[in-house]
Design a protein around this ligand. Structure first.
Ligand SMILES: Nc1ncnc2c1ncn2[C@@H]1O[C@H](COP(=O)(O)OP(=O)(O)OP(=O)(O)O)[C@@H](O)[C@H]1O
Ligand SMILES: [Mg+2]
Length: 241
């Protein structure tokens, strides 16, 4: 009789699903819905956010949101975000994916490209350099799906003001700057290779990352009823599960 071999099946690696968009577009609202919908459908998952998804990251988040003296220079700010991200990837995101849990993230690498790259007025060459250090900071981890929640900056900021929590330095940027960041997000999404369209969504593109993996990119109109957006999100996520 052949010796018995104990084969413990490794769980299937989880999916990394990221919500992106300017302030007030409903990322946290939809990330919470998705976490709930995944659990209801029997899929183990965790939800986290950037900056500040780890204990060390919480310190960095505080430094980012409340700079000690005036504003950070764009590149210094970027490195703080990237230190936070590296800790997050290594101590939270990758271990969860390896355990077979899906990870729902409130912001990831495209926020850095849009906020610091476009909003921080980096040149085209600098944005290329930023893409390289983003890969360095994430150890090449790319999302399986990015959901970009898009709406005019003025309306999104009005939502943030209605939400009524203390305004951070970031939220004081104002609508014109946020509109520039919004255009950055849209330009990143447009730059992706066309994927299969889904009709109801504004666009669904897939992106070839530097590491050769594909990221699906979905742009949703954020200025709709949150239940409608929730359903669109589920339509985009379900095929990945
Ligand atoms: N579809 C929607 N329609 C109307 N209001 C919404 C919608 N989605 C979220 N909101 C409300 O808008 C405000 C901002 O939403 P939320 O906090 O989810 O946005 P966010 O993108 O996470 O913002 P931030 O970037 O500031 O964290 C909240 O008060 C929320 O209840
Ligand atoms: Mg939020």
């Amino acid at each position: 009789m052949p010796p018995q071999t104990q084969t413990r099946r490794r769980p299937r690696r989880g999916r990394l699903i990221v919500f992106e968009g300017i302030d007030g577009t409903g990322k946290t609202t939809q990330a919470k819905f998705l976490e709930r919908d995944l659990r209801r459908a029997g899929h183990p998952c965790i939800r986290s956010h950037e900056p500040g998804g780890t204990k060390r990251g919480a310190v960095l988040r505080d430094l980012l949101l409340h700079p000690p003296r005036g504003r950070w220079r764009t590149k210094s700010e970027t490195f703080l975000f990237l230190a936070d991200r590296h800790e997050h990837v290594q101590s939270v995101i990758l271990p969860a994916l390896e355990r077979g849990q899906h990870v729902v993230l409130d912001r990831f690498t495209h926020s850095t490209l849009a906020f610091q790259g476009y909003g921080g007025d980096l040149t085209l060459r600098e944005r290329g350099e930023l893409s390289l250090i983003l890969k360095f900071a994430t150890d090449g981890l790319v999302p399986d799906l990015v959901i970009l929640l898009d709406m005019p900056a003025r309306d999104a900021l009005a939502r943030v003001r209605r939400r009524g929590d203390a305004r951070t330095d970031f939220e004081k940027r104002g609508a014109p700057r946020n509109e520039k960041i919004r255009r950055g997000f849209l330009s990143i999404a447009r730059g992706q290779k066309k994927g299969q369209g889904r009709g109801q969504n504004r666009g669904q593109n897939s992106r070839q990352s530097g590491s050769g993996e594909k990221t699906r990119f979905v742009v949703l109109d954020a200025d709709q009823d949150e239940k409608v957006i929730r359903a669109r999100v589920w339509e985009a996520v379900a095929p990945l599960l």
